[in-house]
Design a protein around this ligand. Structure first.
Ligand code: PBG
Ligand code: ZN
Length: 328
């Protein structure tokens, strides 16, 4: 009739709730993505991502200062090159856009951690994440030739001052290839954050506007994972650990929190969750319509990623989240 156990006892006041709270989001958990474009004083808002901009290197530096002042430890850089070609020249060129941005940010704010996305899709004329046979319009990405290009890309990014290499193309053996390339070039201490379990997701739509990287034909399902698979994610993770990954990523985050949890159960390496563009844009769109409370929804979602096991969260909401945490 009268319960002895009353969990509500510990929920009665804000003080009590604060005392027993298990998961607390902080600025330390966040990584902010930035998109670098050629030019000077360019800040072009991405239509499908309100509040997210393509920025020229000078603006990237300003933005990086803001991020650093907010106490966010790291940014991740994506690049939109002047020209795209079969060999993804813009990805591995010593004066590529990401290389320029990395060098400029490290010069201005040496303490801010600069992660670079290591992939080819922003730099190939066809928009796929790897190398294709000339004239092949079926989109069959060739794995091993791609590894050579990724190796070159990572080494040039390292030379430009990047602190962490984050390969995102889901090629077999990409961690090992990049580790070899970095070690041969003397970058033994540069960590690799592998996009270990990256799904072929419709949630990437707005990002492809931001990075101008939509595949021109076909899709990415021969290299990114099938949304129905979780055991396969563990396989991908095991391989990446054997190949020398220092950190692992799950992407997207919201629909894949079970995968985050399962990965945490099999590894002690830090696990990152990528709160991707579509997840961001859905919240923005609903908030702009006045249908949800953007601040509360965002903080709840980010806290949930951490509760699911994420040690790090890549999110376009990073700056907002820190400001909201400070208000709270
Ligand atoms: C491609 C890449 C993608 C994202 C980052 N790098 C996905 C894709 O185009 O397949 C998505 C990030 C986001 O949606 O926020 N290597
Ligand atoms: Zn890619």
């Amino acid at each position: 009739m009268f319960p002895i156990n009353r969990p509500r006892r510990l929920r009665q006041t804000p003080q009590l709730r604060r005392m027993v709270r298990e998961t607390i989001l902080t600025a330390n958990d966040l990584i902010y993505p930035l998109f670098a474009v050629p030019g000077q004083s360019v800040a072009q808002e991405v239509k499908s991502m309100p509040g997210v901009y393509q920025l020229s290197v000078d603006k990237i530096v300003d933005e990086a200062k803001e991020v650093y002042d907010l106490g966010i430890p790291a940014i991740i850089l994506f690049g939109i090159p002047e020209t795209k070609d079969m060999e993804a020249t813009g990805a591995w060129h010593d004066h590529g856009i990401v290389q320029q941005a990395a060098t400029a940010v490290k010069k201005a704010i040496p303490d801010l951690i600069v992660i670079v996305d290591t992939c080819l899709c922003e730099y190939t004329d066809h928009g796929h994440c790897g190398y294709l046979e000339t004239g092949d319009l079926t989109g069959r990405v060739l794995n091993d030739p791609t590894l050579e290009l990724l190796k070159k890309t990572a080494v040039s990014q390292a030379k430009a001052g990047a602190d962490i290499i984050a390969p995102s193309g889901m090629m077999d053996g990409f961690v090992q290839a990049i580790r070899e390339g970095l070690d041969e070039a003397g970058f033994n201490d540069l960590p690799i954050l592998s996009y270990a379990a990256k799904y072929a997701s419709a949630y990437y739509g707005p990002f492809r506007d931001a990075a101008e990287s939509a595949p021109q034909f076909g899709d990415r399902r021969t290299y990114q994972m099938d949304p129905g698979n979780a055991r396969e994610a563990l396989k991908e993770v095991e391989l990446d650990i054997e190949e020398g990954a220092d950190m692992l990523m799950v992407k997207p985050a919201l629909s894949y929190m079970d995968v985050i949890w399962r990965i945490k159960e099999i590894t002690d390496l830090p696990v990152a969750a990528y709160n991707v563009s579509g997840e961001y844009s859905m919240v923005k769109a609903a908030a702009l319509n006045g249908w949800i409370d953007e601040k509360k929804v965002t903080l709840e979602t980010l806290t949930s990623f951490k509760r699911a096991g994420a040690d790090l969260i890549l999110t376009y909401h990073a700056k907002d989240a820190v400001r909201w945490l400070e208000e709270a």
